[in-house]
Design a protein around this ligand. Structure first.
Ligand SMILES: [Cu+2]
Ligand SMILES: [Zn+2]
Length: 205
């Protein structure tokens, strides 16, 4: 995409600059920023391996059965990419959130109630479409197909894996919880998303 916005002459100039100075030129630096932000060009990723932090979640359902995983990667701009790969879940649209306590006990009553409410260090209301929102832990819905599998890939800057006021790794940790119903993204405090059908603890890699 950058090729369209930078003329051939400019690129030649940049290459010339790199030859003369031995330092990466503007184009190459833009490449790094664009890559990490958009997660697009895998080739540039190795530019900043030390700046990336990652975490993962092993998801189980209320019977304790493995129902998938989630991966989190934070880039050097503070953007966290979340990829959820779920299986063995009821077909349909399911609310999914980071919750405030890193204890995801399927045998709790009700299941996963140990995870507490949505992670909300900024004391906002619930929902991506709530004018008084949004919880740090709020996320778009997870779609599960007829085979019981579903994938969600999204980004957020409301939660971090590094230290800070919205870190997933605060004193009591954080859990990822999947709900029975769709999150309406506006009703406080949980989007009418119903009971908790799966969950897991966010653990640093
Ligand atoms: Cu939730
Ligand atoms: Zn919420």
């Amino acid at each position: 995409m950058f090729n369209n916005t930078i003329s051939k002459d400019r690129r030649r100039e940049v290459r010339g600059h790199e030859r003369k100075t031995g330092r990466p030129g503007l184009l190459r630096r833009w490449c790094s920023v664009g890559l990490v932000a958009a997660g697009l060009m895998a080739g540039c990723k190795e530019d900043n391996p030390a700046d990336e932090v990652s975490a993962s979640v092993a998801l189980v359902d209320a019977s304790g059965k493995d129902v998938g995983t989630a991966q989190l990667t934070e880039n050097d701009q503070g953007i966290v990419t979340l990829t959820v790969k779920a299986n063995g879940l009821p077909a349909g649209t399911h609310g999914i959130h980071f919750h405030e306590v890193g204890i995801a006990d399927p045998q709790a009553s009700p299941p996963f109630s140990t995870a507490g409410e949505h992670y909300n260090p900024a004391a906002k209301q619930h929902g991506l479409n709530n004018p008084n929102g949004v919880h740090a832990g709020d996320l778009p819905n997870l779609q599960v197909g007829d085979q019981g599998t579903g994938t969600l890939t999204t980004t957020t800057d409301r939660i971090t894996l590094k230290a800070g006021p919205a870190t997933a790794f605060d004193a009591n940790g954080t859990a990822l919880i999947i709900h029975a119903n769709a999150d309406d993204q506006v009703t406080d405090p949980s989007g009418n998303s119903g009971g908790r059908i799966a969950g897991g603890v966010v653990k640093p890699d």
